[in-house]
Design a protein around this ligand. Structure first.
Ligand SMILES: [Zn+2]
Length: 496
C-alpha cells in the first residue's frame, strides 16, 4: 500500500497523472483473479450461431459488469444477445463508448496443439504451466491459449479490471462509460447493428473506442483511425458449351483457364501495382500527420520477409504501413475442371472461375470499384454479363464472354488523427513514456463506421500480434493483458 501513497504524492493533486502506478500495483495483487476471469470466459464456447452458448457468455458478462457497478442489459430474440453496460461517473469528464465483441471464429479442435479451444491452458516459452489454484502470480511472458483469448475476450477482461482497479485505488473512472459487447462480430454483427440503429442515443458519446485487433508487429500498442472496406466478385469465363475431350478437341476448343489467367494477369503489373484504370483515383490522400505517424512506426520489412519467407514483396520499395492505405486486388480462389482435388479427366473445361477480392480504403465506393473492374474486362475484349450465364445467341456472337457476380461490399471509414479527442487518447497512453504505433487504416474491417459516422472514434489494439486469432492455438501474452489493464485505466481517467 505504501507505494500507492508515494505515487499519489509524487503525482500531486492531478489525479489522472497518479493513476497508472496504483493500477499496476493493484494488478500485481490480483493476478489470480484476473487470469481466472479470462479462463472462465474462454471456457464458454462462443461461435456465433450457437445461441445457447452465446447466451451463457452474455450471462457471465452481465454478472462480471454488474459486479463492477455497471447497469447491464441484454437484448432478446434470436442470435447472440448484445450486452450493454453503463457506468456513470459522479462528475464525469465526458462519456466514453467502448465497443468489444465476445463471439469468436469457428474452431477445428483437431488442429489445436496446446489445449482444446474451449478448455484454456497456460504455456511458458518452454512448455505447459501446471494448473495450480494456489498460484498468485503469473509470468508476463506466459500465454493463455484458447479461442478468443485475444480476439476479443482478453480486452474485455482488461476493461473489467481497469474499472475495478480504479475503483479500488481511487474514485473510479472519471469518464462515464458505455460498454457495448457484440456477440456476432465474426458473423456480420446483425444484432449489434439493429441495437445501434434503435439505441443510437444511448451509444452517443464524446468518443467511441473500438477495442479489437492485434498490435503492430513491432509490439507497440496500436491506435488506428480507420478500417478497410471491401468489394469484389466471382468472375467466370467461358469456353465451349460443355467440357470437351482434350485429344479430340485440343487445339480447337477455347481454353477458359488460359483465358482467365491472361485476364487476371492483365489486372496487375509485374511489381504488384493494379493496372485497372482509375483504381487508385478516389483514394483520400493521407494528411501530413498521417504521414508522420507512419514514418514514426518501426520499420518491420526485414522481419516480415524473414517470418513469411518472402524474398521480394509486392511493390517492395514501399513499406506495409503506407500500403495499408491503398486498395488491394487479390485472387483468393481459382477453379476449373472441378479443381485439383477432383478425379483427373482428360477434358478441356467449359468454364474457369476466380474469386476476386478488393480491400478498400477511405474515399472508395464498392460499387464503383466493381464497375472499374468490369470496364477493364470489357477493354480486354470481353462481353460481360452480370449475375447470369450467357445465352446461346450471346455465346455464338461473342468470342470472349465473362460473367460477373459482384458482392455488395462496404466502405472504409477513417477519422482525422488531429481530432482533439483522438489526441487526448494519445496523450493519456504516452504520458508515462510508452511508445505507440498510429495507423491511419487498420488492415481488418469491423463496425467502426457505426460509431465514426456519429462521433469521434479511434480503435485501440492491445493484444500481441502473434496471437493466431481466427486460427488454431489462439493465445494472449499475459504481459499484454497487464498492459491492457493499465492503458484502459489511463484512458478512463484521461484529461480532456
Ligand atoms: Zn475481433
Amino acid at each position: 500500500m505504501c507505494s500507492f501513497a508515494v505515487a499519489l504524492a509524487l503525482g500531486g493533486s492531478a489525479a489522472p497523472f497518479a493513476q497508472p502506478r496504483p493500477v499496476a500495483a493493484w494488478r500485481a495483487q490480483h493476478e489470480r483473479q484476473i487470469v481466472d476471469e479470462l479462463l472462465q470466459l474462454v471456457s464458454i464456447p462462443n461461435v456465433a450461431g450457437t445461441d445457447a452458448d452465446t447466451r451463457r457468455n452474455a450471462d457471465l458478462l452481465d454478472t462480471l459488469f454488474t459486479r463492477r457497478g455497471f447497469k447491464v442489459e441484454q437484448t432478446d430474440g434470436p442470435g447472440s444477445p448484445v450486452v450493454f453496460a453503463r457506468l456513470d461517473a459522479p462528475s464525469p469528464s465526458g462519456v466514453l463508448t467502448l465497443y468489444l465483441h465476445y463471439d469468436g471464429q469457428p474452431v477445428n479442435a483437431t488442429e489445436w496443439t496446446r489445449c482444446k479451444p474451449f478448455a484454456p491452458c497456460i504455456h511458458s516459452t518452454t512448455g505447459p504451466v501446471a494448473s495450480d489454484p494456489a498460484r498468485t502470480s503469473f509470468e508476463s511472458q506466459w500465454r493463455v491459449y484458447g479461442r478468443s483469448a485475444s480476439d476479443d475476450k482478453g480486452p474485455i477482461v482488461a476493461v473489467l479490471n481497469a474499472v475495478e482497479a480504479l475503483r479500488a485505488t481511487g474514485g473510479g473512472p472519471t469518464w462515464s462509460l458505455r460498454v457495448v459487447l457484440d456477440g456476432e462480430e465474426e458473423a456480420g454483427s446483425g444484432n449489434f447493428r439493429r441495437f445501434a440503429a434503435a439505441r443510437g442515443a444511448d451509444l452517443k458519446a464524446d468518443l467511441a473506442i473500438t477495442l479489437d485487433g492485434p498490435r503492430h508487429p513491432s509490439g507497440r500498442p496500436t491506435l488506428y483511425f480507420g478500417v478497410r472496406g471491401g468489394a469484389g466478385m466471382t468472375l467466370t469465363v467461358y469456353g465451349a458449351k460443355n467440357d470437351l475431350h482434350s485429344g479430340n478437341y485440343g487445339n480447337w476448343a477455347p481454353d477458359p483457364s488460359m483465358r482467365l489467367a491472361r485476364l487476371l494477369a492483365s489486372m496487375k503489373d509485374d511489381k504488384g501495382r493494379v493496372t485497372i484504370e482509375h483504381f487508385y483515383r478516389d483514394v483520400t490522400p493521407l494528411s501530413a500527420t498521417d504521414m508522420r505517424a507512419i514514418e514514426d512506426t518501426p520499420n518491420i520489412e526485414v522481419a516480415l520477409k524473414r517470418d513469411f519467407l518472402v524474398a521480394l514483396p509486392e511493390r517492395g520499395e514501399e513499406r506495409l504501413e503506407k500500403k495499408l492505405n491503398e486498395p488491394t486486388l487479390s485472387i483468393l480462389a481459382m477453379e476449373a475442371g472441378g479443381g485439383l482435388g477432383a478425379p483427373a479427366r482428360s477434358a478441356i473445361p467449359a468454364t474457369a472461375s476466380a474469386r476476386i477480392e478488393m480491400r478498400l480504403v477511405n474515399g472508395l465506393d464498392p460499387a464503383k470499384q466493381n464497375a472499374l473492374v468490369a470496364d477493364h474486362i470489357r477493354r480486354q475484349g470481353y462481353f460481360v454479363v452480370e449475375g447470369r450465364d450467357p445465352t446461346d445467341l450471346e455465346r455464338l456472337t461473342h468470342a470472349l464472354i465473362a460473367r460477373m457476380d459482384p458482392r455488395a461490399g462496404s466502405t472504409a471509414p477513417r477519422v482525422s488523427m488531429d481530432d482533439p479527442m483522438a489526441r487526448a487518447v494519445v496523450a493519456a497512453l504516452t504520458r508515462d513514456g510508452r511508445q505507440l504505433v498510429r495507423l491511419p487504416t487498420l488492415g481488418g474491417s469491423m463496425p467502426f463506421s457505426t460509431f465514426s459516422s456519429q462521433m469521434p472514434t479511434v480503435g485501440f489494439s492491445m493484444v500481441n500480434h502473434d496471437n493466431n486469432q481466427h486460427g488454431p492455438d489462439e493465445n494472449l501474452r499475459i504481459q499484454n493483458l497487464w498492459e491492457g489493464i493499465e492503458m484502459m485505466a489511463a484512458i478512463m481517467t484521461m484529461a480532456r
